[in-house]
Design a protein. Structure first.
Length: 114
């Protein structure tokens, strides 16, 4: 006897995954500051940026989104705007990441992009 429809597990799991990422990000935020490349790298991993972007330092080679290595369009303001507002296939992360977390990601990408 089934108590839940087949897709109920997926519907229940999505909020749990999102909550876990938010909690992990909040814990990371309390442990580091913007400009710390280790914190930026952790955020890059926790928020699955490597699922879409190539960045050698993070060991990511995805081609869904633009490569971050060797990208002449990268500036802190551009990265911050793109993380906040999204663009193309990238969703916006404003309200999910704090301003400090977004700044840490931007700093990290600018520091390590080859």
């Amino acid at each position: 006897m089934k108590l839940f429809p087949a897709n109920a597990t997926l519907k229940l799991a999505a909020p749990i995954v999102a909550s876990t990422a938010l909690l992990a990000g909040s814990l990371l935020a309390s442990q580091a500051s913007a400009g710390d490349p280790d914190w930026g790298r952790e955020l890059f991993e926790v928020w699955s940026c490597s699922g879409c972007h190539t960045l050698a330092d993070a060991g990511s080679v995805s081609t869904i989104g633009p490569a971050l290595d060797g990208n002449p369009n990268l500036s802190p303001d551009y990265i911050i705007s793109r993380i906040n507002n999204g663009g193309g296939a990238m969703p916006p992360f404003a309200g999910q990441l704090s301003d400090d977390e977004i700044a840490a990601l931007a700093d990290y990408i600018i520091q390590v992009a080859e």
